[in-house]
Unconditional design. Structure first.
Length: 265
C-alpha cells in the first residue's frame, strides 16, 4: 500500500465541543465511544467541511492519498446515557408508528472543571487543491456542512491553528531512538522495546478503524495507544515521523511537536 511520503505542507486545526460520541465499530446495541475521533471520522468531518456528499469521498481520503494525525488536548471522562430513539425495522416506520426504543450511549465529556473537548488534527493531502481549500474554509470558518463530534447531537467548532510548510516541517523516517510523540500512535509502528514508560504516564490502548473503502467496507484496522492525561509518549516508531514547529494562537506560544499519521506499520 502506497502511503504519504515527505509532505511539504501540513494543515493543523482544532475541533472542539462540549461532548462527543465516536461509536466503536465493533459495538451493537450498546454504543460505546472512542476517546478521540478515529481516522474515518476525521475523513467524514473534512468531507463535510468541503461539502462532499455522503459516501462519495472514501477514495480521495484513502491511506495512499491522505495523512491524518490526531492529538487529544484535554483529558476526558465518559458517561453513559439512555437515549430515546424511534423504533424502525424498515423505512416505512420512521413516522413513529412502532413506538420508541431506548439505547444506552456512551458520551465523551471534558474532565470535570473543564469546559470543552479539544482535539488537534494534523492533515496532509497529495492534492494541494484539496489541502488549500480545506485550509481556507477552516481559517475563514466557512464549512459547507456544520461540523460535529461524531454525531449530529454533538455540534462542534473548528479553529485554524497553522499551515506548516517546509521551513518548519522536518521529515524523519525509521528513527532508531525514542521521540516524544504527541499524537495517537498505531501499535504496529512501535518497535521492539521502543515504549519508554516514565512515572506518571498512563497508557491506554484501543482498536480503531483506519480506512473505509467505497461501500463503507472496513479495509484497515489497527490497535493504537495514547496517554490518558494528553502527555506525549516517548516511543521508537517505524515509518514517517514529523517534527513540526508552529505558533499556537490559542496560548500565544511557539510549539514544537513530534507527530505521526494514523496508518499501519
Amino acid at each position: 500500500m502506497k502511503r504519504a511520503r515527505n509532505p511539504e505542507t501540513i494543515l493543523i486545526f482544532d475541533i472542539s465541543g462540549h461532548m462527543a460520541h465516536f461509536r466503536k465499530f465493533y459495538t451493537n446495541s450498546s454504543s460505546l465511544s472512542y476517546s478521540f475521533p478515529p481516522r474515518p471520522t476525521i475523513c467524514g468531518l473534512v468531507a463535510g467541511i468541503l461539502g462532499r456528499e455522503r459516501d462519495s469521498y472514501y477514495e480521495d481520503f484513502s491511506l495512499g492519498k491522505c495523512g491524518i494525525g490526531v492529538s487529544m488536548r484535554t483529558p476526558i471522562r465518559k458517561i453513559t446515557q439512555t437515549v430515546n430513539y424511534v423504533m424502525t425495522k424498515d423505512r416505512y416506520q420512521v413516522d413513529g408508528s412502532k413506538g420508541g426504543t431506548q439505547i444506552p450511549i456512551e458520551f465523551v465529556f471534558p474532565r470535570a472543571g473543564m469546559t470543552l473537548l479539544i482535539y488537534r488534527i494534523y492533515f496532509w493531502h497529495a492534492d494541494e487543491t484539496i489541502l488549500n481549500e480545506l485550509s481556507w474554509k477552516v481559517k475563514e470558518k466557512r464549512p459547507i456542512y456544520p461540523p460535529y463530534l461524531g454525531i449530529t447531537e454533538c455540534p462542534a467548532e473548528i479553529r485554524w491553528i497553522a499551515l506548516v510548510e517546509s521551513d518548519d516541517l522536518r521529515y524523519l523516517k525509521d528513527v532508531g531512538e525514542p521521540r516524544p510523540i504527541s499524537t495517537v500512535v498505531p501499535m504496529s509502528r512501535v518497535r521492539g522495546n521502543g515504549l519508554k514508560i516514565s512515572p506518571g504516564i498512563q497508557i491506554l490502548k484501543d482498536r480503531i478503524p483506519l480506512e473505509l473503502s467505497p461501500g463503507r467496507y472496513l479495509s484497515s484496522v489497527d490497535d493504537v495507544i495514547y496517554e490518558r492525561e494528553c502527555k506525549p509518549l516517548s516511543l521508537i516508531v517505524s515509518g514517517d515521523i514529523f517534527h513540526i514547529s508552529y505558533h499556537d494562537p490559542i496560548i500565544d506560544q511557539r510549539i514544537e511537536e513530534y507527530t505521526v499519521f494514523m496508518e499501519p506499520g
